[in-house]
Design a protein around this ligand. Structure first.
Ligand SMILES: NC(=O)c1ccc[n+]([C@@H]2O[C@H](COP(=O)([O-])OP(=O)(O)OC[C@H]3O[C@@H](n4cnc5c(N)ncnc54)[C@H](O)[C@@H]3O)[C@@H](O)[C@H]2O)c1
Length: 270
């Protein structure tokens, strides 16, 4: 069901790795709604992922960029404006990776150089991206910048490790940069806090499948699927949401406001 909500809008989508990626679903929905987009991901994702296939299928260009590199970000933004024939209206940051979690290092025995790399990839890259756009005046007035986050920024989920702090930092950057971008260009900056979703990054968290079922039972509407997350992103990129900024927006079927659910108690009795 497409309504041309993004007709005439131009954007960059970070983080489409394969068919399960949240960014892949967002890219598909944005194009269906009439947007012109450029896809990007880390150079290594071009070797091992499916981004080129997605770009061909959507008939768009894909440009490699390591989101921690200011030089790569600068080239990406410059090239995207060339390809799209004008400044940007929206950007999706859909990037996350924890080195300590990936290497199965206990949270209480974290390696700090890995932790810093995790923060750089998963959170500081969001600031770098916005600062690069800001300096180049790359986003049109009333543009929309989104990052994807998780409720581990507010509550403790032990197996999420240092990604919890990464998401806190990411959400804080959205608020702080949202102030500066809002006053200067009316550009809005928000984060969407998504339900657990079966993707490569999601599956990297220990016990993910059990936790996925728990969250599904705990949420009155059930876990929000990737396709619904894409719908929400389209709304946030559209003109319908132009006064929403500096927010962390829960897209989680109600999970964030639950205390206990009888459906979860039933699980224990099964
Ligand atoms: N899957 C979930 O359960 C879930 C829930 C809430 C939020 N999120 C967030 O959604 C976002 C997307 O994750 P996903 O679940 O679609 O998994 P995914 O693995 O498909 O996407 C993560 C992306 O980050 C990219 N990336 C890693 N390092 C990078 C770098 N240096 N430069 C550029 N890109 C880099 C990867 O190549 C990959 O495309 C992440 O921020 C994640 O934390 C996921």
């Amino acid at each position: 069901m497409a309504n041309g909500l993004l007709k005439g809008k131009k954007g960059i989508i970070f983080g489409a790795l394969d068919g399960k990626s949240l960014a892949t679903k967002v890219a598909e929905r944005c194009v269906a709604e009439g947007a012109e987009i450029v896809l990007t991901n880390a150079p290594v994702a071009f070797r091992f992922g499916e981004i080129q296939k997605l770009a061909e299928r959507l008939n768009v260009q894909a440009i490699p960029a390591d989101a921690t590199s200011l030089e790569d970000l600068s080239n990406l933004i410059y090239q995207s404006i060339e390809i799209l024939g004008g400044k940007l209206d929206f950007v999706l940051h859909s990037i996350g990776m924890s080195i300590n979690v990936r290497k199965k290092r206990a949270y209480t025995n974290s390696k700090y150089d890995w932790m810093q790399k995790t923060f750089d990839i998963s959170a500081i890259s969001f600031h770098k991206l916005m600062q690069t756009c800001y300096e180049k005046d790359a986003i049109n007035d009333w543009g929309s910048v989104l990052g994807l986050t998780y409720i581990a920024a507010q509550r403790t989920f032990p197996d999420y490790g240092e990604m919890a702090e990464s998401k806190s930092l990411l959400e804080s950057f959205a608020r702080s940069f949202g102030y500066h971008y809002g006053t200067r260009k009316k550009v809005r900056v928000n984060t969407i806090s998504q339900s657990p979703t079966k993707t490569t990054a999601g599956g990297g968290v220990k016990g993910f499948d059990v936790f996925f079922d728990y969250a599904d039972k705990m949420s009155p509407l059930g876990n929000a699927p990737a396709e619904a997350c894409a719908d929400y992103c389209v709304f946030m990129f559209s003109d319908l949401s132009r006064y929403i900024t500096m927010q962390n927006l829960y897209h989680d079927g109600g999970f964030s406001n639950m205390g206990m659910s009888p459906a979860v108690l039933d699980l224990g009795e099964e």
